[in-house]
Design a protein around this ligand. Sequence first.
Ligand SMILES: [Zn+2]
Length: 421
Amino acid sequence: MRNSVFSLLFICLFLQNYAQQMDRVRRVIDTLASPTMAGRGASGEGDKIAASFIADQMAEIGLLTHQDSYFQYFYYNINTFPSEPKLRVGQKNLRAGYDFIPDAGLPVVHRKWKQHFLDSSTAADSVRLRQFLKKASPNKALVFHEDYRKKLLLKNPGNLQQLDRYGAQIILRKQKLTLGLSDRQEFQPVFDVLASEWKDTKSAIRADANPSLMMQYQSANLAGYFRGTEVPDSIILLSAHYDHLGRMGDSIYFPGANDNASGLSMMLELARYFKENPPRYSIWFIAFGAEEAGLIGSKYFTEHPLFPLSSVRFMINLDLMSAGEEGMMAVNGTIFTKEFSLLENLNKEMNALSSIRKRGKAANSDHYYFTEKGVPAFFFYTLGGGTAYHDVHDKASALTLSRYPEVYKLLLAFIRRLQGS
Ligand SMILES: [Zn+2]
């Protein structure tokens, strides 16, 4: 009888802890992906609001600072959209973010062009295509399906030159629109449009946009740590970028819930655990800025490290942590085979995720410049979930977080084993 009372109590406590943790995680993700944070980019300075929120979280958890501050500042150039770009074909106004997305390097533009629409039969015939492209002029906008770019246009250097003679390019995308970031403004305006929204292949096209190239924009990495109780000179490094793509005007923003409010929340949860359970090795927690602009913050950190990079026993970078229904990917898993086996074995023992997959080196998140400097690292991203990525649909409400507790427990076990506890 007493045993069953104890186990019931234990289950109740466990469920209560679990519910508390998921409430907290939801709150952090909701906050970072909210309109107040404006997509955590340079436009609207949402990245700065996010950074101060994270610093407050770090302070509340009790992470130690390096020289009295969590902030490590750096500067970079970035093209931004303080006002909403407009694009119209005939009488149809396309919706920014939903029907079209400007190229990241869009210059200031206020112009009308004739539409020069490339149809499939012209694209399929190289002689006709050449004739077609000879009619290129600055008064025309070339409109073409993304398939033709790959198959024909880019293979022929002569054709490529002709492309530059157009006043603008409209690329019709089959599946989805994906925004990037750029540190410059290009000469020619380029827009990506959902193919399903481009029915009028004859009418004139009008674009109005006032992007602003911000020079030497200030951003920051946020770093805090717990000192190891037994081997303080050995470091485990946990990281997650907090920035995202920002906004276009006042009403359209890129929430970046999965990318990467989810990873940031996971890093904070792990920090909470190690506050209560002091680690054997020192553990550093770094929220990197300006990842989306080209791994700017993490590269800066590797050039201005707050500790010797040679002390890092292992780095774990978290980016896209909200799914896991189809397991998890370890970038660099094929390189650090010993650590990968450890992870796989833990996953089996704990029956945590359906599979852990591995791939080689990739410059696709903040671990990259650390790996290049000889720091052993995994970059984990979860598999499964929705298709929203670098678009207006990556919202907090779209995340199920159904495997979040399993991912958390697996990461925790992995970190504990890395430091021999
Ligand atoms: Zn990301």
